[in-house]
Design a protein around this ligand. Structure first.
Ligand code: ATP
Length: 364
């Protein structure tokens, strides 16, 4: 991901052909994947795609109908949750309301009959990790949402799990708090070196935090890869649409590296090779599109009209219309002086250039 971290080759969690049905619904459909040791791994997808069910099977709260789940190389498919080296943090915190912070965090260790001094030492360590030293005697109802989620995190970490499972832990919090906690979670993960499996429907959250992302759709994995690859090289139209704002242009190959579209004929990057006649989709991210007032001597140029301009402070988002097709183009405001990043007006006719290397060919 953006952090460019070096991870070992050892596997923390392995899923082999895991399927879970609820009646006629295949909530998880033949999923195989490997999560590496120390990795920040995200399961990303829309509501109902099966990500929570997959996480619950890793935790042991659900049993797969088919397939195996290995944790640290051991088959855990039929091992109950409390005997797995994993802990889960839920969106809803799931704290005991009648217990104070200290008691909440210590609960699991008490159940394991750990010596008192050891419990005290670990609780202090966990509270320090989540920046809540001094809050020992507070009850959950005396704390903010963000603080409660920190308690939930401390309660999971105090067990020193090999793998921490996080089920949309930030989605009940407001934006500012969410952004703060993102950074805290990333730092914590880096510091502890624990494998994180993070479930979210928020693509930005996944992009910011993860080493690798598995994008799920209807119980299956659409694409799995390093964060940048998921963003830069979507392999399916679903991934291109779900992650970021993609412009998708239907195209038909007329030569191995040339396609015909309603906007004109475009040349592709040297890496792409198509069979003439093949129908594909071209995907290009809004920030990769360049606009010009004068026709530039570049490949893949066409005319478009500025239909709308959305100013967001740091950037301008142009909504363009070309041959009835809507395209989004994003320019950072500090780039305005650069060629290809001038400022344009409503209704202005502009030249659009699609750089061949920035065009992603989606073959489904
Ligand atoms: P969300 O973000 O909304 O929680 P999700 O991607 O986590 O969605 P799941 O909760 O895993 O999706 O649900 C996947 C599918 O399985 C959905 O169609 C859901 O209705 C169904 N499902 C999940 N749990 C059960 C259950 N206990 N009984 C019946 N159907 C279920």
């Amino acid at each position: 991901g953006k952090r460019e971290r070096k991870l070992g080759d050892s596997v923390a969690v392995q899923l082999e052909g895991v399927t879970k049905r609820f009646g006629d619904v295949r909530a998880v459909d033949n999923v195989s994947l490997e999560v590496r040791d120390g990795e920040f791994f995200s399961l990303l997808g829309p509501s109902g795609c099966g990500k929570t069910t997959l996480l619950r099977m890793i935790a042991g709260f659900e049993t797969p109908d088919e397939g195996r789940i290995l944790i640290g190389g051991k088959d855990m498919t039929d091992v109950p949750p409390y005997l797995r080296p994993v802990n889960t943090v839920f969106q809803s915190y799931a704290l005991f309301p009648h217990m104070n912070v200290e008691q909440n965090i210590a609960f699991g260790l008490r159940m394991k009959r750990m010596p008192k001094e050891e419990i005290a030492r670990r609780v202090a360590w966990a509270l320090e990790l989540v920046n809540l030293s001094g809050f020992e005697k507070r009850r959950p109802d005396q704390m903010s949402g963000g603080q409660r989620q920190r308690v939930a995190l401390a309660r999971a970490l105090v067990n020193e799990p090999e793998v921490l499972l996080l089920d949309e832990p930030l989605s009940a919090l407001d934006l500012k708090l969410r952004q703060e906690l993102r950074v805290d979670l990333m730092n914590l993960q880096e510091r502890l070196g624990i494998t994180f499996i993070f479930v979210t429907h928020d693509q930005e959250e996944a992009l910011v935090m993860s080493d690798r992302i598995a994008v799920m759709n209807r119980g299956r994995i659409e694409q799995l890869g390093p964060t940048e690859e998921i963003y830069e090289l979507p392999k399916t139209a679903f991934v291109a649409r779900f992650i970021g704002d993609s412009n998708l242009i239907p195209a038909k190959a007329i030569e191995p590296r040339k396609v015909r579209t309603s906007l004109g004929d475009f040349v592709l990057d040297d890496d792409d090779a198509l069979i003439p006649g093949q129908e594909v989709l071209l995907s290009i991210r809004p920030e990769k599109i360049r606009l010009f007032r004068e026709r530039p001597s570049l490949p893949n140029v066409f005319r478009a009209k500025v239909d709308d301009i959305i100013y967001t402070g740091s950037e301008n988002l142009y909504i363009l219309l070309a041959d009835g097709q809507r395209l989004m183009c994003e320019t950072l405001n500090h780039d305005i002086q650069e060629p290809g990043h001038e400022e344009f007006d409503y209704d202005e006719e502009v030249w659009v250039a699609l750089t061949p290397e920035k065009l992603v060919v989606i073959q489904e």
